[in-house]
Design a protein around this ligand. Structure first.
Ligand SMILES: NC(=O)c1ccc[n+]([C@@H]2O[C@H](COP(=O)([O-])OP(=O)(O)OC[C@H]3O[C@@H](n4cnc5c(N)ncnc54)[C@H](OP(=O)(O)O)[C@@H]3O)[C@@H](O)[C@H]2O)c1
Length: 366
């Protein structure tokens, strides 16, 4: 392959930003498919653009090719995920790009799906198309974290959300917890729910808050156009009341607990009691749920953390003290510094009067 000049690398990165922006428009509506963006560029102009349609619809490349029409000949396609090589619900996009007469394809992220992995690129190369991979790869991977992890490992990407006071408290001793954080932080939680295939909670949170854990508002987005996350209640003793608000839309609720006929009659999907690891694996491999958001109290949050099942913690910190009788965010008992669970900070954002920390587990000690 010819060596690229710094100028052409910059150009490729710039056009890939447009493809990433296309993908971003699809992140709430393509699940369980990944959100992919594509732009077709000819003579320094975008002549076609597209993003993945909801399940059953076309892939990003199809829309972009259609829009570009005759101008495809000799153009470059920028795609955020390797074009598919298999007949699924739609024909392979790699073939579509070849048939349309594209000259060059720039790809951000490879597809770990064994049906695609490298095969999409091979189809393009066999047809004499120049292919460049890995442009803005980290950004593209971040748009489809769960999909990429689940296809590669069989386990979903787990985010744990916690809203706490400055003294690390998440609820009063009575269970009262509305509200610790302000509107902006609570609004931000809606985004993380909306990119998740499921929101998992513990039965005590449902009993205390009668929460619904659905997506109610996303700035600038018509809520009816998004795929709502499932809500999964972990309830090993079968205590979920039939009048709980979460059961208002029972077909989107899942419960892990002893089998209950009345829940089955409502259309609730039930899982037998099992270890968290098995449950997560089942969600990914059998239910195509690749992004999990845990929104629970300290008991279940601690269980996820201690089982090392959390890939990312989203911690909202409000500038307030709730005092030592309020409930702590984490309830394991450690005696030695060596036992601590340490995280690496990957992002800090101020939301109104609160701060959002995004953290990933760290192996490092202080
Ligand atoms: N600030 C925040 O971010 C936030 C978020 C959510 C909730 N909260 C607050 O947290 C409080 C409730 O906290 P909590 O700690 O009592 O309840 P929780 O963590 O929501 O639920 C705990 C229950 O989950 C069940 N469970 C099922 N599988 C489990 C497993 N593998 N490991 C551990 N537990 C499992 C257990 O009940 P069974 O044994 O009966 O199954 C356990 O008692 C509420 O006041 C709520 O408002 C705060």
């Amino acid at each position: 392959m010819s060596k690229l000049s710094p100028d052409s690398i910059q150009q490729d990165q710039m056009w890939m930003q447009f493809a990433l922006a296309e993908a971003e428009t699809a992140i709430y509506r393509t699940r369980p498919n990944p959100a992919v963006g594509c732009v077709i560029v000819k003579q320094h102009q975008i002549v076609g653009r597209g993003a993945t349609a909801p399940v059953g619809g076309s892939h990003a490349e199809v829309f972009a090719l259609k829009q570009a029409g005759d101008q495809v000949q000799g153009a470059t396609a920028y795609v955020t995920l390797e074009p598919c090589a298999h007949y699924g619900r739609t024909p392979p996009c790699a073939n579509g790009l070849v048939e349309a007469g594209i000259s060059r394809v720039v790809i951000a992220c490879s597809d770990p799906n064994p049906l695609v992995a490298g095969k999409g690129v091979q189809i393009l190369k066999n047809a004499g198309i120049e292919v460049l991979q890995g442009v803005c790869e980290a950004q593209a991977a971040a748009q489809n974290r769960g999909f990429l992890k689940a296809i590669a490992t069989g386990m979903p990407y787990v985010r744990l959300k916690v809203a706490s006071s400055l003294d690390g408290r998440t609820a009063m001793a009575s269970g009262e917890s509305k509200w610790i954080t302000g509107t902006e932080a609570r609004q931000d939680v809606q985004h993380w729910r909306a990119i998740s295939g499921v929101v998992i909670t513990g039965i005590e949170t449902v009993l205390a808050d009668d929460c619904q854990l659905n997506v109610r508002q996303l700035a600038g987005i018509d809520i009816s156009s998004i795929v709502q996350p499932k809500r999964l209640v972990l309830d090993r003793q079968g205590r979920l009341p039939l009048n709980a608000k979460i059961l208002n839309v029972p077909e989107t609720v899942m419960v892990m607990g002893p089998f209950r006929q009345e829940l089955a009659d409502l259309g609730v999907l039930q899982f037998s009691v099992q270890p968290l690891t098995d449950l997560l694996q089942r969600l990914a491999t059998q239910h195509h749920i690749y992004d999990v958001l845990v929104e629970a109290g300290a008991t279940l949050s601690t269980a996820f953390l201690q089982a090392r099942l959390v890939d990312e913690m989203i911690s909202y910190v409000a500038p307030t003290f709730l005092g030592q009788t309020a409930r702590a965010m984490f309830n394991a008992e450690f005696n030695r510094m060596a036992e601590q669970l340490r995280f690496k900070l990957i992002d800090v954002t101020q939301l109104g009067n609160d701060v959002r920390l995004r953290l990933i587990p760290s192996q490092e000690t202080v």
